[in-house]
Design a binder for this molecule. Structure first.
Ligand SMILES: [Zn+2]
Length: 256
């Protein structure tokens, strides 16, 4: 898998090749494949909240899948290479129109991937401004998320309930985030003591007016490829591409 959540590096078989074969410029990483990865991760979450799957679902959603669609929603990528000389552009349609409807149905159904519910638990897999309604036993629960995520990691949840009810709210604490904090009705919760499979599970009697503040630090971090990925290995200091960049400066230098 690419760092973007793109999968399937080869055009020849529109699929997988050998272990650690992840070319950047010729990466196939079809939009559909990342959409499929989101669907697959979501099905795995049918076994219960587990951030191993939800983190990958988010990674593929925001990167390998979303890159398949332009901001205005009118043009599409079929392949999502990680490197391009500038010729790779989104097109209006494709002779094999698999990616446009797949990314369209993913975005149209995004709400169903954000949450899950069992008889006594609500799980929040993805963060984003939204309102969701659940039946827990005979209680009708409304959960509202207020956030600018992913631009800001502060997320506020407000609970509305037609009657007080005992159940758990489980919030994904992404593995990539260092130092997330959680408060319930203003009271700090020790994350380590309530986290199961990467989800902070808060079980209590919930009633209208209860609120949760989750803060996920979105600090930039350096990522490194596995050393077995030969296409990403080796270079330290100037290489051919780096000198190309150096020559692009507007001042010309020559030997005296
Ligand atoms: Zn496709």
């Amino acid at each position: 898998m690419y760092v973007t959540g793109g999968i399937g590096p080869a055009a020849a078989n529109e699929g997988f090749t050998d272990y650690y074969d992840l070319p950047n410029e010729s990466a196939y990483a079809e939009t559909c494949a990342s959409v499929g990865l989101v669907f697959w991760a979501n099905r795995m979450l049918g076994r219960g909240p587990n951030r191993r799957y939800a983190d990958i679902m988010e990674q593929a959603l925001y990167n390998g899948a979303m890159s398949g669609l332009s901001l205005d929603g009118k043009t599409f990528f079929y392949e999502n290479p990680l490197e391009s000389g500038g010729k790779h552009r989104r097109w209006v349609w494709h002779h094999c129109p698999c990616c446009p409807p797949n990314i369209a149905r993913l975005l149209a159904s995004i709400g169903s991937y954000m949450y899950a519910v069992s008889e006594d638990e609500i799980a929040v897999h993805l963060y984003g401004e939204s309102t969701a309604r659940f039946d827990i036993g005979s209680a009708k629960i409304e959960l509202t998320q207020k956030t600018r995520y992913p631009w800001d990691g502060a997320i506020r949840f407000d609970v509305t309930a037609d009657t007080a009810a005992r159940f758990a709210i489980s919030l994904r604490i992404p593995e990539w985030a260092d130092g997330s904090t959680l408060k319930v009705n203003g009271q700090a919760i020790d994350l380590a003591s309530v986290t199961i499979d990467g989800y902070a599970r808060i079980e209590r009697d919930w009633t209208s007016g209860d609120h949760i503040d989750l803060d996920i630090p979105l600090a930039p971090r350096a990522l490194f490829a596995n050393p077995l990925v030969r296409q990403d290995a080796g270079a330290r200091g100037p290489d051919a591409r780096a000198s190309g960049l150096l020559r692009r400066g507007d001042r010309q230098w020559r030997w005296p």
